[in-house]
Design a protein. Structure first.
Length: 257
DNA sequence: TCTCATGTTTAGGT
DNA sequence: GACCTAAACATGAG
């Protein structure tokens, strides 16, 4: 569920219910973070998404749902487990499970930087480039998971983008040529929209070239599978065709153990 | 049955 | 304070 494009699918599904302008009739759930009463009788002014956040917008506050690793939702359906949050609006019911639910004070437009959302119309590649340049010691694999740079990018997008642009996950941002950084930014946006399209067709997995794969489709040799970077997330990469931009580490501490 | 994973925050240690 | 690690959350796929 969680990566940015999946949240766009949820947003579109909820938009299709035409509940914008409607009031919340009823709210309940086992989320202990929010006051359900506060939602009741409030008018929904917008349905939005920012990165991996799903947002139901009200005049002066924003309901934020983050699905973490295992979160799920059902529209006009229920599952056996207790929802974190149920919203009833007119004849519709939204159920959210195993997710983080939070009320943010203020309108969504003011809370988020929309230029950072890889799925947003306002996405600003120049701004992303500035952020990459401002972090010369960061690994490429960590940059692609950094929600302040690529809001909505997750581990699948990370692996697929690095493979597409032939970049080794442990490449250091400061050593990567600017043209390659620009490629990384452009391809993150690109792949995210491919992701969206394929996810809608239920063919996302089928289109993976690197993520969870054993063999590099370009070189026909085994992929390396390692937990890399500060984030220590699964990385699948080809040591042959993904270029490693690095520099010798001076004064590296040597463990005597 | 058991392990692992599309994620993030927080608490605690060095 | 910087930096690191583990834990916590909770669920379905393989």
């Amino acid at each position: 569920m969680p990566e940015g494009p999946s949240i766009v699918i949820l947003k579109e599904a909820v938009e299709a219910l035409h509940i914008k302008g409607q009031n919340i009739d009823y709210a309940e759930g086992n989320s202990n973070k929010i006051d359900m009463e506060r939602l009741i009788d409030k008018k929904i002014i917008d349905i939005r998404s920012w990165g991996k956040h799903f947002l139901i917008c009200f005049e002066d506050f924003t309901l934020r749902i983050h699905f973490m690793l295992f979160g799920s939702y059902l529209i006009n359906e229920k599952k056996k487990t207790t929802p974190r949050l149920t919203l009833e609006i007119k004849n519709h019911e939204l159920n959210f499970y195993a997710c983080s639910v939070k009320i943010l004070e203020g309108p969504a437009g003011k809370i988020y930087d929309w230029e950072t959302d890889i799925m947003a119309a306002q996405w600003n590649p120049e701004k992303a480039l500035k952020k990459l340049k401002a972090a010369p010691k960061m690994f490429a694999c960590d940059a692609l998971l950094d929600q302040d740079i690529f809001a909505g990018s997750g581990n699948i997008i990370k692996n697929e983008v690095l493979f597409r642009i032939r970049l080794h996950p442990l490449s250091i941002l400061g050593e990567i040529p600017e043209a390659k950084l620009k490629e990384m930014i452009a391809e993150t946006r690109n792949y995210s929209f491919d992701f969206l399209e394929w996810k809608k067709e239920f063919t996302l997995k089928k289109h993976w070239l690197a993520h969870t794969k054993k063999i590099c489709p370009r070189c026909n040799i085994p992929f390396a599978k390692e937990y890399l970077g500060k984030s220590k997330r699964r990385s699948y990469y080809c040591t042959n065709c993904q270029i490693f931009y690095d520099k010798p580490v001076v004064g590296k501490k040597v463990s005597l153990l």
